[in-house]
Design a protein around this ligand. Structure first.
Ligand SMILES: [Zn+2]
Ligand SMILES: [Zn+2]
Length: 260
């Protein structure tokens, strides 16, 4: 079993910290761990976030706290760990904060590094982050109607898949996290996304993060969305979106029941 989306974000880029994730994976019966960190952790991607920072000082402040390392520190850690004889398979990538305008920057940058996989995720609507407890409500959810937010999320998700920059798409329907209703029927959107995923050969995540971190009642994908992906034979990969070692494989037992 794979956990395809695990972050080192809240800890150091150290071998000891990675081993904590590996030990937790073993306990949960996971034999392949995909470790990634957000592009916003690394100084090399700073220019990509000028839009976010300009949009509001609260976002600029958020971003400055996220910038912690040079990408070289991460590459060094990966090279060091690849020499080890690990008890499970561990592969390495990035979770890229995708936006159409960032594509030229990303094309140049991502080619420079030998990652095993790249996850593309949409994290902002009109340059406003949608999931930050200290400001997203005020800056986004109170200001725009839900339908507009959902439509922009899925429009960007389509562009993300179509960019051909990624091997995997992060939490494809996470915009539901605060349990707001889209205000329109999403069936056609799910169909379009599934067709694009198939055409562009990307894995789609069934991500439990919104379930255990935001208390959304659905474990992973919307059942309707999952069904459409399955019907069209789009490859799905399970992901915990763990931000601490203890959350590796979080709620995979519940996700398993959904597939039975
Ligand atoms: Zn994400
Ligand atoms: Zn993530």
């Amino acid at each position: 079993m794979i956990d395809a989306h695990v972050h080192l974000e809240n800890g150091p880029l150290s071998k000891e910290y990675v081993y904590q994730f590996i030990r937790n994976a073993q306990v949960k019966g996971i034999d392949h761990l995909q470790i990634l960190d957000h592009t916003h952790r690394f100084y090399e991607f700073k220019d990509m976030y000028d839009d976010i920072c300009r949009q509001n000082p609260l976002q600029a402040q958020w971003f400055s706290q996220k910038q912690k390392n040079s990408l070289q520190d991460y590459i060094d850690l990966i090279e060091e760990i690849k020499k080890e004889d690990l008890p499970i398979k561990v592969t390495w990538g990035l979770e890229v904060c995708y936006k159409k305008e960032r594509e030229p920057f990303l094309k140049d940058k991502l080619n420079l590094y030998p990652f095993d996989f790249l996850v593309g995720s949409v994290h902002s609507i009109f340059d406003i982050l949608y999931d930050i407890s200290s400001f997203s409500k005020e800056l986004l959810w109170d200001r725009y109607d839900t339908q507009t937010i959902f439509q922009d999320y899925y429009r960007q998700l389509e562009q993300c898949i179509g960019s051909n920059l990624f091997s995997q798409i992060g939490h494809p329907d996470v915009i539901k996290l605060y349990q707001k209703q889209a205000g329109y029927d999403l069936t056609a959107t799910y169909e379009t996304i599934a067709d694009l995923a198939k055409t562009h050969n990307v894995l789609m995540e069934d991500n439990t993060g919104a379930f255990y971190r935001y208390h959304h009642p659905q474990v992973g994908l919307d059942p309707k969305f999952r069904k459409i992906l399955q019907k069209k034979h789009v490859p799905i990969v399970w992901a915990s979106d763990a931000h601490i070692p203890e959350h590796v494989g979080q709620c995979f037992d519940k996700l398993k029941k959904v597939y039975e």
